[in-house]
Ligand binder design. Sequence first.
Ligand code: HEM
Length: 881
Amino acid sequence: SPLNKIPGPWYAKFTSAVLVWNAFKGHRTSYIHEMHKKYGPAVRIGPAEVAFATASAVKEIYCSGGSGYDKEEFYDLFRIYGRRTMFTTLNKEDHAKRKRIIADRYANTNIVRQPSIDGIAERAAKFVKLCAGSVGGSLDVFVHLHSYAFDCVTHHLFHPYGTNSLQSKEDAEVMRELTFDDSLQNRLVEYYSPVLHKLFGKILYLFAKPRETPLADHFVLDTSAKKDTAPFTLLDRLHGRTKDGLDQLDISAECLDHMAAGIDTTGDGLCFLMWELSQPSSMKFQKKLQEELLKNPGANFDRLPYLDAVVMEGLRCFPPIPMSLPRYVPQGGRTIDGYSLPQKTIVSCQPLSVHKTDKEVFPDPDTFRPDRWLDPNGDAERKRLFFAFANGGRGCVGKHLALAEMKLLLQAVYSRFTTLPDSRMSSEEMEMSDQLISSRPLGQRCLLNYPAIMSLVNVRRDVSDPFYRYKMERIQTKIEGKGNGIKTVVVNLSSVAQSLARPGSYLIKYFGFELGAQTNIDPADDRWIINGAHEAAKLQELLDGFISRFVLCKKCKNPETDVQIKDGHITLDCKACGQRTDVDLRHKLSGFMLKNVPKKTKKDKAERKAARKAKQNGKGEEKNGNGSGGDDNSDQPTPTNGNADIDIASDDDALTRKIKTEAQGLETKEVDDKEEEWAVDTSAEAVKARLQSLPGEFKQKLDINGDDDDEEGGGNSVYDTLGSWVQEEAKAKGGVSKVDDVEIYLKAKELGIETKHKTLSVLVQTIFDENVITQIPARVGMMKNIGKSERHEKALLGGTERLLADLGEEHYNKIVKILMQYYDNDLVSEETVTKWGTKASKKYVDLATSKKIRKAAAPFLQWLEEAESEEDSDEEEEDDE
Ligand code: HEM
């Protein structure tokens, strides 16, 4: 036989017995892989069967002529209701006919379309809920990831009739029936000896169960008869193509096949990957993934390079279909990797071996190392050897769906949790156990712990803005002890307290009072304890109450407040708006706080800023007859006394009003506020005209800046691209305010300029228009995310000059309010803005315009200067005391 030239164990020339024996034991894949290790990338595994593990063999067997060689009868085992589906068709022609009907439902464009992708995201959110509920204990992700995959695939096949097995026991039963199926041996007998199977099927039943899935059959037969599923579903397409000769049974069979194909593959793939990520040796990768996710909250799952690398490496190391995909050498025979093979030889490649044999492409192949996918060198070779979804015309049609499911789930989980293996798990349980085509963990369970929930949450959880700047760690707890001695350790209380700028003792006491439980208040070892068992989710809820009572400013709801305790009163001193508001003394914690006043430390810069604002505010309020304000109802808008001046400026805070009043006293005739003009010209033509004039403007100005911007890299064209993109989006969406922050940020990221100072300069000119003053607050979070340095501040101010120059001289007076907002929101520091104010420059606009804008800014700059010197003298007095 020409096969004699192919390396392999001696017995393979005569018998397949060893191969079959290993298949029965669920070790076929690892057996063949061992053979590859021993004999190389081409190995004879039976008298007429050869396995390969090279890219060239993959290309020949699976891609030649489009869809490669014909499938072998092994696939008969997957026939459903006596029908052949796309997967089980053996020859090219039948396959192509079916694929033409189906393929477009699995195209990426269909998967990422809203109703389809939303369904997946919804299910990922449900999975996360289960993780959150299991904090302090463990979650069997083997089961729940299969439920997730089941619910996702049925959503894609049948929406709105998809399953909800993550929450419904009844649906979960259907998943279990398929996932815990144990029919491997029975089906192997059917494959290797159909006659024996026919004759002794009943006796065999006693030793090896056949595949019986009545619940799944019932569900699919019922559901696939529905004619009103969503347009993106597979079922909708199949019903629309009955003219191609599909009857109801064909439709049901195709649906059941895809359902089965979509559960174990994605479920097991995710399960092996999460297990690996949870190992101590992989913690660094998990951390890196978390960092990427936390840095890019809400990012499109397809634009996260590290997430992509993690998924690729997961599928490389643990391909859910790891075993050989058998094909027949076509008529006339073929030559593969230099070996000539007669027709009808069974040839195959198995993903596991294709991924782990070539050490040049995948050095250290058995090691999980996602970073290898980030190296541009060898990228093409790695992709050529990536075989998890097979290749060619008969490769996985569900690939985009599977990747979307995997990425969305990992994104949802690892932006919230750290996962660790549960101590009850042994590594043997996670060994690969072959099923008929896929492979699952031997123990059929995978317990993971979620003790360290790393993700940050918004301090105000009612704010969903991903760029909200005030974040804290989610509360983590650990239950210890038993019976009467059971207690809850709040693992990260110090960190949370620090984020809220409150002593840890306040938080733990608050929990104690709310739960009626004993606590410790000054643990030397940072072990903050509450007696009894309390779930982290419950404490998180209680924490919301603490934040609202003892942290948030009652007026502006900003959490940057200081606690002032004096004469039996507790006030919150807001650094953001300057308001002082009283804390409710009736809460027990107030009593505790009065008795435990922390020692006073010297004011930091932020405090000084707040104090300055508070002082100015106080004066302003007095003048307006508003009193001190700040009782519990003061989160309502502060009522005005009807003064016409104030009414006009009703969108101002007290400080701005004060500056404006003072500004009127200065020589600022030409910068008179004309309130009505602050909301001028929103007409479509005006906006359009302005927008259209901008790209050239960027170019011209950015060219001037060539000198100090060289190191920014990327060239000016990328900034133009960003500017033009914002304009186009604004045009398409009917206004620049409709262009979402996250989208803008992602676009900048895509262009590689999301942290560059020039980006700020371009954005100011595109995301703002005549309504800049009202537009700033909504964009603060995103602008801050881009970066904070003197260069960023200067670019922001420069961009603003250009914006005003572009708007026209009548808009220059807006600079006072603009600067006030930048300053209030820490977008510019007093040093930078003062420096900016003292020297006109022709860097961004011509010198005359630059001077005029600075002149218009004079009231703000003067206020800053005066307030600074007042503040200094106050500090001195305080220190003297
Ligand atoms: C990580 C998840 C997945 C992996 C690794 C995977 C892998 C594969 C592989 C290796 C094949 C080729 C099998 C062979 O030639 O014998 C295949 C085929 C197929 N897969 Fe997937 N799959 C995954 C998810 C899915 C999903 C979610 C669906 C559908 C909902 C799906 C539907 C199919 C179908 C219908 C075929 C047959 C394609 C054909 O013959 O043209 N797969 N898959």
